[in-house]
Design a protein around this ligand. Structure first.
Ligand SMILES: NC(=O)c1ccc[n+]([C@@H]2O[C@H](COP(=O)([O-])OP(=O)(O)OC[C@H]3O[C@@H](n4cnc5c(N)ncnc54)[C@H](OP(=O)(O)O)[C@@H]3O)[C@@H](O)[C@H]2O)c1
Length: 310
């Protein structure tokens, strides 16, 4: 699979695998099959969190399962591993205070059976903690070698800009990747995000990322399977012409609709004002094989313009 060398030095596959449900709603056997399939396809960019999936368990399951898989397969060094800190776990863990970051990194390293994280995300903003305290705590992890690079997820753009400005002034490690929701379908502006700051990406955010040469990891980009089954369309998205169009173009090109969504996202940086986008999604092994075809699919300038025009 195509690899992308990010400006922060990480060399990642063109799409990332979401491990959110591993060990809870996805059994260990199925998760291992999915992980092995992803590696067979040439993938290397795996996404988890210190709280996945606490709504269906304790929040330790995904990292614990990945740690077991790394040690059974001996493949930790072949993976660019991303995990996160800062979201709630049964009323515990929300926040980006120094003591929380220091506690949760060691928990993540223990569960993941590794001594470093390639990309450590602030999972969501914490407006009650001074930015300086958070950035200094993250920087200490980088200095200690526990973390290679930093990312942010579910931050307002201006808060990310402030954090990175402060990091620059104080010679601290900046955030170099943004993880935020983006899919092909248009959001309904009247429907707010379910959690604070987990907005769907808009044009202003894309221009910011493009200007800063910061890649976007677009999470939940398959709208939970709605491209294959429109009845699954999440409330916050509009179906309409875009959904019909992408489904019919996918049929013409001989791929499943999710594969074409992935192709569109992965080609967006060819359009003016768009950053590098790395689609991030969950899938079964069979869905993964179908969806991966999107990365190899060639899209002409005319097809890209047509998709954008809807
Ligand atoms: N930063 C954050 O705050 C945040 C939040 C949410 C998620 N994430 C990350 O993003 C990842 C993906 O999120 P997500 O699972 O919520 O959303 P998603 O990727 O949009 O949806 C994934 C679901 O779509 C369905 N699907 C995938 N390929 C398909 C295909 N070819 N045909 C039919 N259905 C298909 C599958 O559902 P079925 O299993 O039902 O078929 C799959 O579980 C997570 O694992 C996590 O790593 C991050």
């Amino acid at each position: 699979m195509k690899k992308i060398l990010l400006p922060n030095g990480l060399n990642v596959s063109a799409f990332a695998l979401g491990a959110m449900n591993f060990g809870t709603t996805t059994s260990k056997e199925e998760a291992y099959r999915t992980l092995d399939t992803y590696m067979d396809l040439g993938g290397n960019f795996i996404d988890t969190s210190n709280n996945y999936a606490h709504w269906a368990g304790t929040g330790d399951e995904s990292e614990t399962l990945l740690g077991e898989w790394f040690s059974e397969r001996g493949c930790r060094d072949k993976v660019v591993l991303a995990t996160k800190v800062g979201f709630d776990r049964h009323g515990k863990g929300a926040g980006l205070r120094a003591e929380q970051i220091e506690y949760w990194i060691d928990e993540s390293l223990r569960k993941l059976k590794t001594d470093y994280i390639d990309l450590y995300y602030a999972h969501t903003d914490d407006i009650n903690t001074p930015i300086e305290e958070t950035m200094e705590a993250f920087h200490r992890l980088v200095k200690k070698g526990k973390v290679r690079t930093l990312g942010s997820s579910n931050f307002d753009t201006w808060r990310l800009a402030e954090a990175n400005m402060l990091a620059e002034l104080k010679s601290l490690t900046p955030y170099t990747v943004m993880q935020q929701r983006l899919s092909y379908l248009n959001p309904k502006f009247e429907v707010g995000p379910k959690y604070a700051f987990n907005e769907i990406v808009n044009r202003e955010r894309l221009r910011f990322l493009c200007d800063k040469n910061m890649p976007l990891v677009s999470y939940a980009c398959l709208c939970k399977g709605a491209y294959e089954n429109p009845a699954l369309l999440p409330d916050e998205y509009t179906g309409g012409e875009r959904l019909d169009f992408i489904r019919s173009m996918a049929a013409e090109k001989g791929v499943n609709p999710s594969a074409l969504v992935i192709a569109w996202l992965a080609n967006l940086d060819r359009c003016e004002g768009y950053p590098t986008v790395i689609p991030l999604f969950s899938a079964t092994p069979e869905q993964l094989r179908d969806n991966a075809r999107g990365i190899e699919l060639s899209l002409s300038d005319e097809e890209l313009a047509l998709l954008n025009s809807k």
